[in-house]
Design a protein around this ligand. Structure first.
Ligand SMILES: [Zn+2]
Length: 69
């Protein structure tokens, strides 16, 4: 199954996100502040006991469409 939001790169570990990245204000991969052209790249699944800590993460023009070479 494919989807347009399939990330081109693996998403970081949830514990490695900065507050800005977890809040969707910074690129999940390079940490640049996001302004325009933001793209959802998926949801990092995490949970702590009964608490679901899923985090939707975003990228922008800085990294969108990039692929590992
Ligand atoms: Zn970036």
């Amino acid at each position: 199954m494919t989807s347009p939001t399939t990330p081109a790169r693996p998403l970081p570990d949830p514990g490695a996100l900065t507050w800005d990245q977890a809040a969707g204000r910074a690129c999940v991969w390079c940490g640049q502040p996001l302004t325009t052209g933001t793209v959802s790249v998926g949801i990092i699944r995490d949970r702590l006991g009964v608490h679901v800590l899923d985090t939707e993460v975003w990228t922008g023009p800085c990294c969108v469409g990039t692929r590992p070479r």
